[in-house]
Design a protein around this ligand. Structure first.
Ligand code: S3P
Length: 178
């Protein structure tokens, strides 16, 4: 079974949905940021701070090529993964890709309650954050929209909503593999 890859903006819910989906499908869950961190023994914010974003993008691309060809897994990518190099075309060629599509308003709500440190969002006032997310989402959407499947998500504020998204992706995956 081809790898299932979840893409989308930061805090769309890729990791939350990815874990639940992997459990539902009996697959192994991978998160690309965590994989980079394990392989290079450094947290993503530390890589950004000490070696710069370009270095992170290079490691991210290399690790994507390592993981995306594993079978029977669900992989959640970073929000920027599809937008660098030919990563999006590569993902579409080896995996089943799903874009978790959310509005800036939804993303801002998720960002407010998220715990992970995100170098690109750090230190911004609420107004700056709103402006940054809207602008960057608009720039990134053309890449995200290349995914083979697009799943519109509302705020993932309850277990039932996560379950609904998971069953939708499950159905589409089963149809794609039928
Ligand atoms: C990034 C998203 C992050 C992480 C890094 C850069 C981005 O992953 O890869 O901080 O460029 O959108 P999440 O989308 O899992 O937060």
């Amino acid at each position: 079974m081809k790898c299932i890859i979840l893409i989308g903006y930061m805090c769309a819910g890729k990791t939350t949905v990815g874990k639940a989906l992997a459990k539902e499908l009996g697959r192994t869950f991978y998160d690309l940021d965590w994989y980079v961190e394990e392989r290079f023994h450094k947290k993503v914010p530390q890589i950004f701070a000490e070696e710069g974003e370009a270095r992170f993008r290079d490691l991210e691309r290399r690790m994507l090529h390592e993981v995306a060809e594993f079978e029977n897994i669900v992989l959640s990518c970073g929000g920027g993964t599809p937008c660098h190099f030919d990563n999006m075309d590569y993902m579409n060629s080896v995996a089943e890709t799903y874009y978790l599509k959310a509005t800036p308003e939804t993303l801002i709500q998720h960002i407010a309650i998220s715990r992970g440190e995100r170098p690109l969002l750090k230190g911004k006032s609420p107004e700056e954050l709103r402006e940054f997310v809207s602008t960057q989402l608009a720039e990134r959407e053309p890449y995200y929209e290349k995914a083979q499947h697009i799943v519109d998500i509302n705020v993932l504020d309850s277990f039932d909503k996560i379950k609904d998204i998971v069953s939708l992706i499950k159905q589409e995956t089963e149809a794609a593999n039928a």
